[in-house]
Write a protein that binds this ligand. Structure first.
Ligand code: SF4
Ligand code: SF4
Length: 288
């Protein structure tokens, strides 16, 4: 089973949930945590894995041989990402915008375009006790997160329960990280900002036909609008985590919730049971 942990906005406690769920499950199940928040991975800060493998991630970017180029402009026309500009006697490539799709080199009538590898980041993998771990890191100045996310997800071990820490937001990297999940946990807080971003996140996972449930973090502040929305939309609230100084203190010291306060383990195991029930019920429904 693949469970992704997402949130419409950053700083809601997504990594706190992903790491504590992984550590709670490790004694009863084989678990893997994939940190796909490649712009700012911090699962390793809490899990402290031993990294045993590190692999560079590159995408092919075009290189133009101007001795063959006729400046016809076809490559710029075909590029959906504006990564090529053709002038009267010059072709400019913007590697940070290039998605490495290969369309320009394929369609160049003069075969003037070859491809060169552009390193955009790294994928590291290893273990934190019995939790298998992998994360990606996007290189500074690079903007293309999805290829690294795909590489992290390629390391999914389907013999294990896979937990994916998703980047915040609702854009392409989120879709790349969440797609193919059996269930998506949406972590939010009971504030107007939390509700606004939750609504967007729910729309995204519904577009992908992935069942979801909410974890309300830092309860005790804000209003009851998130609960009201969840009731109206028939979205289960799977767990609530109160706003407590001790929880914040643990997180700021790089300690997971279930290691710092072991009583939380039962709550996370209960969370997993609820998710499994929803996923099983759904698969029975699709079999009928
Ligand atoms: S399509 Fe090929 S020939 Fe035309 S401008 Fe681009 S590189 Fe030059
Ligand atoms: S490889 Fe694709 S994205 Fe990159 S410049 Fe060519 S057409 Fe654009």
């Amino acid at each position: 089973m693949i469970i992704s942990v997402a949130s419409g906005k950053g700083g809601t406690g997504k990594t706190l949930v992903a790491t504590s769920l992984a550590l709670s499950l490790k004694d009863i199940d084989r678990v893997q945590l994939l940190d796909c928040d490649v712009e700012e991975p911090n699962g390793h800060v809490l899990l402290k894995p031993i990294i045993t493998r590190s692999e560079a991630v590159s995408i092919p970017v075009p290189k133009v041989d101007e001795t063959k180029c006729t400046y016809c402009g076809k490559c710029a026309e075909i590029c959906a990402y504006n990564a090529i500009a053709v002038f009267k006697e010059k072709v400019l490539i913007f590697p940070q915008l290039c998605h490495g799709c290969g369309a320009c080199s394929y369609l160049c009538p003069e075969k003037a375009i070859s491809e060169a590898a552009n390193e955009i980041g790294v994928v590291e993998s290893g273990y934190s006790n019995s939790v298998e771990f992998a994360h990606g890191r996007l290189a500074i100045g690079e903007a293309m997160a999805p290829p690294i996310i795909r590489q992290v997800k390629d390391r999914a071990n389907h013999q294990r329960t896979v937990i994916i820490d998703v980047p915040p937001g609702t854009s392409c990297p989120v879709v790349e990280a969440v797609k193919d999940s059996d269930f998506c946990i949406l972590v939010t807080e009971p504030t107007p900002f939390g509700l606004n971003d939750l609504v967007l996140a729910v729309e995204t996972v519904r577009q992908l036909s992935i069942p979801c449930g909410v974890i309300l973090n830092r309860t005790g502040v804000g209003d009851g609008k998130v609960e009201e929305y969840c009731r109206k939309e028939d979205i289960p609230i799977l767990l609530t985590i109160p706003l407590e100084t001790e929880i914040a203190r643990l997180y700021s010291r790089g300690t997971t919730l279930v290691e710092g306060i072991p009583q939380w383990k039962e709550s996370f195991l209960g969370l997993f049971d609820k998710i499994r029930e929803i996923v099983d019920e759904r698969s029975r429904g699709t079999e009928r």
